[in-house]
Every structure is written in C-alpha cells, then in structure tokens.
Write a protein that binds this ligand. Structure first.
Ligand code: PMP
Length: 422
C-alpha cells in the first residue's frame, strides 16, 4: 500500500482517530485479539437495523425478504472470500463456536445420531484425534472434551524451539487410528505458518478429516480453503474487520451433508412431529434459532471490503510490518518467540523482556498509548513449551503503519531502564 492508500484506509476506521491515556494518539497493536472496524461495516449494521431488520427465512413480508437477501448475500460474500460455495459456509457466533460445533457433531454421531450418513463422524474408543502443541485453546479443549466423551485419544505434534510444528515423526503421530487432524493455520502467538500441505497429506494418507483454525490467516492472507484441501475451517468476523458475535464454519459440502446437527430447535428442521424430526439440509441444519443477522451482514461487508482492497496487497503490507515487528528482537534484553525468518510468519510477535514481567511491559506501553496484549494468549501449552508463563504480544492489521511499529520499538527499548533492569 502506498502512503496515500494507507492514510485512506486509516481514515475509514473511526476508532483509530481517538486518543488514550491523557491525549496520546492510540497505537493499536492488538489486532490479533480483535481488529478495529471500518465505516462500511459499522454503517452496514446500522443500515440493517434502520432499514431491513426482520427475522430471516420466515415472514411473508417485504422486510423479511430483504433481511433474508442481505443475510444470504453476506454468506455468499464470505464464501467467495475463502473460495467456497455458499452452501459450505455455516454462520456461527465465532471460531470457538465453529470448532465446538464440529467436535460435538462427532460425539453426536458417535452416540448413534445421524444415521448411516454420519459414519465418517463416528469414533470408537482408541481412535485418535491429532492436534499441535501450538494450538489456541479453542482448537484444543473441544478435542480434549470430545476424547473424554467418546474414549478417543488425543495426540499431538510438538513444536521446535522456533515454534514450528515438528513433522519429523509425522508417521508416528498420524496413524491408521487417526480420525481428525486439527491445527491452526497461523499461530496467534508466534505468527508462524503451519505446514498445511504436509498436514493435509498426512491426514489423507490415513483417511482422517482435517480441521483448520483459520482465525489468524483469513484476515491477513489470500486464503482459498478448497485449494488448501482442508475438510473444515473456522474463522471469526471480529478479527477480520467485522463485528463480534459472528463467524463461520467452512465444511466441504459432502461432509456438511453427512454431519449430524448439534444445536437443535427452530429453523433447522424439515418435518417435526411429536415423535421425531427430520432436519434441513446444510447450512440451515446447523443454524438453529434466530440468527445474528446484522452481524452476518457486517461480516459480509468486511469480507468485501478486504477483497476489494486485495488480499495480496494486504498480505504484502503486513509482510513489511512483520519485518519491522521482528526487529524488537534486536533490542537488548528482548527475546521474541517464534521463527526469526519473516517468510515463515505473519505480523504477530510475542516476546519476553528479561527481568520485567509481561504485564509490566504492557503497562509501560499503555502509558504511552500503545496497546499490546499480555499473558498466555489462550495458548498455555505453547508458553510452557517455551518455558515462559507469559509474553507480551504486538500484532498488526491492514491499517497498521510502520511508524506505529517504530514508536512501539522505541517505547519498548526504554522498558528495562524504566524498571532499573540492566
Ligand atoms: N483460534 C485462534 C488462533 C485465535 O487467535 C482465536 C482468537 N483469539 C480463536 C481461535 C478463537 O476465536 P473467537 O474468540 O473469535 O471464537
């Protein structure tokens, strides 16, 4: 992005114009937690409520028709953004809900639901679910719980000292008992890219299904889910310039068709008698109850906005920012976790400052108007692997500037002196 384009992008985000901590310009480096929202997204939600608000897929009136159209157009926009068909995108409240939906579908199938079609989702005691040590808790705990419910066994790939998934014993981790291989596309701690092709190939060799946590990739890279060859993927609107409260589960059509429902109730049924119920085809089968229509519309607009800017250009801009971010590792006493080579990582950098607790680092930066995240970033096993309880994390988005990162580095360079640490 040229300086003029970047300025125009920033001008579209009202929140970026505010000041914090007694008049300091905000330097927002916490986009991996949640992104800010452009005017078009905010306006789309307001416009929906002002002009089209109605329950979708029911009423016989014009508003219901318009609301349904907006809701389904948004689905089409999100689908197109990740290379999928509309029927392959299920609205969920977010990535966490999407990952839980898949995990619970496996246990419902295992409990005998879903008929013969659901066979691929049935687990036997001793079947194996494979994850990685780098996972966000949202792509770990639901699988632990699934194992506890079904007698399946959780296995995992470790990571190397750089936070890269260690594939050296792939054939011992992925076995003929493996039924699911679930992994994050991009780590929310190290920004490291997962070896998707290798993991998909390993899963396919043994007939296992793949589940991709695409939360940290879809907002930052061109992502074509069918081309990646994954079976399922989850991502959240709020990290990709969209509203909170909505996200998506991508599933290959034939798998969504075979998958039993999890949340049941209105809107996901075909015929209901007092004795039994038949279910709607996907995606409606997985969308029980009144949906988050305004938020879905906002997510569709966010996807379109990013698509029009061009994800190649977004990725290029953020690659430059990643190069600037990893330079915090040059500051004496600052150690970043994850790969040093920016070809292997996106603009998410977690680090420790020798002798200063991450929370204190966060506070000193906050006093200067710089927002970073501190803690374990919902990835305790990865922090344990690195031998640290907490890190501070700076992360960028399309609206982040190199100047902001320079300010952040400068502020960080003063942190040890502030605490009197050599
Ligand atoms: N996976 C990763 C890699 C994430 O970064 C996050 C959000 N921190 C999630 C899953 C969960 O997303 P959500 O909180 O939007 O459900």
């Amino acid at each position: 992005l040229t300086a003029t384009e970047l300025a125009a992008v920033r001008a579209d985000f009202p929140l970026l114009g505010r000041t914090v901590r007694g008049g300091r310009p905000l330097v927002y480096l916490d986009s991996a937690a949640t992104s800010q929202k452009p005017n078009v997204v905010l306006e789309a939600e307001v416009d929906f409520y002002e002009q089209r608000n109605a329950a979708v897929h029911r009423g016989a009136h014009q508003l219901a028709e318009e609301a349904t159209e907006a809701f389904e157009d948004a689905r089409a926009a999100v689908a197109a953004f990740v290379g999928a068909d509309e029927g392959e995108i299920v609205w969920t409240p977010g990535a966490t809900a999407a990952l839980n939906l898949v995990a619970y579908a496996f246990s419902n199938a295992t409990a005998g639901r879903g008929g013969a079609a659901a066979e691929r989702f049935r687990l036997a005691p001793g079947d194996e679910i494979v994850v990685t040590e780098a996972e966000h808790h949202a792509n770990l705990v639901p699988w632990q719980e699934l194992c506890a419910r079904t007698g399946a066994v959780l296995r995992w790939f470790g990571v190397d000292d750089d936070g890269r998934i260690d594939l050296s014993d792939v054939d011992r981790v992925v076995t003929d008992r493996t039924r699911v291989v679930a992994f994050g596309h991009v780590s929310n701690v190290t920004g490291a890219l997962a070896p998707v092709a290798e993991l998909v190939a390993a899963a396919r060799r043994v007939g296992a299904l793949t589940v991709l946590d695409a939360c940290q990739s879809v907002p930052h890279l061109p992502v074509d889910l069918p081309a990646l060859g994954v079976d399922f993927a989850a991502f959240s609107a709020h990290k990709m310039l969209g509203p909170t409260g909505v996200g998506a589960l991508y599933g290959r059509r034939e798998l969504l068709e075979a998958m039993p429902p999890v949340t049941t109730g209105g809107s996901m049924v075909e015929v209901v008698t007092m004795a039994e119920t038949t279910y709607a085809p996907p995606p409606q089968r997985f969308e029980a109850g009144t949906q988050m229509v305004a938020q879905a519309v906002g997510m569709g607009v966010a996807a379109q906005w990013l698509g029009e800017l061009g994800m190649d250009r977004v990725a290029q801009h953020e690659r430059e920012l990643a190069t600037e971010l990893v330079r915090v590792g040059e500051i004496p006493g600052v150690r970043i976790v994850g790969p040093a080579d920016t070809r292997d990582r996106l603009a998410v950098v977690s680090f420790v400052v020798d002798g200063v607790h991450a929370h204190d680092v966060g506070q000193v930066l906050d006093d200067r108007g710089i927002a970073v995240r501190v803690g374990h970033h919902c990835a305790q096993p990865l922090h344990r692997r690195f031998g640290v309880a907490a890190t501070a994390r700076a992360s960028a988005s399309v609206y982040t500037t190199a100047e902001e990162i320079a300010q952040f580095r400068e502020a960080l360079a003063g942190v040890r002196a502030f605490f009197g640490v050599d």
